[in-house]
Design a protein around this ligand. Structure first.
Ligand SMILES: [Cu+2]
Length: 176
């Protein structure tokens, strides 16, 4: 596992910005994990990726990163016309299918950031699958401009924990 991780990280480093990073664990391929840059004052962040599954059904049961106190699987839901975040206990990876995390939809919420997310840098995240086990990936941090989502905030519309986390300073209508 250690050895496998080392070679993957080397590939990712060699690939640079030209290639989207890919991480393989058995039948699962995690593609292009990324996060939006966050200033040091931000308590929360979010990251996204795509999983391509060439095998049987699996399930993401948890995500962890040394950059945050905890990471949660979240989705957005409309509630009385307002987009709110909902915590998901796990997310299914369909057999021979794709699972997409993208802004405005499923994401991994980083809560209690202890590092700034600086554009151009990467940070490690461990994704735990119920069947396949753990996969460590390097999440690339992109600036709001290069991420292609303009000023769209992934933090707006945070539900009950928004105030507590003080991560929501954007207007709710910013949600796609
Ligand atoms: Cu969230």
């Amino acid at each position: 596992m250690k050895h496998q991780l080392a070679s993957i990280m080397l590939l990712a480093a060699l690939g640079g910005a030209a290639l989207a990073e890919e991480y393989r664990l058995g039948d699962l391929v995690v593609q292009d994990p990324w996060a939006r840059e966050m200033p040091p004052v931000s308590a929360t962040g979010a990251l996204w990726f795509r999983v391509v599954n060439h095998g049987g059904a699996d399930r993401i049961v948890s995500v962890q990163s040394p950059f945050a106190e905890r990471a949660e699987l979240h989705t957005h839901e409309l509630e009385d016309g307002v987009a709110k975040m909902r915590h998901l206990p796990s997310v299914e990876v369909p057999a021979h299918g794709d699972l997409v995390f993208e802004p405005g939809d499923r994401h991994v919420m980083l809560i209690g950031l202890n590092e700034a997310l600086v554009a151009g840098e990467s940070f490690p995240v461990t994704i735990r699958f119920a069947q396949a086990g753990e996969m460590e990936v390097l999440v690339r941090v992109r600036s709001s401009e290069t991420a292609g989502y303009g000023g769209l905030s992934i933090h707006s519309g945070h539900s009950e924990d928004a105030d507590e986390l003080s991560g929501s300073r954007d207007p709710p209508e910013a949600i796609a």
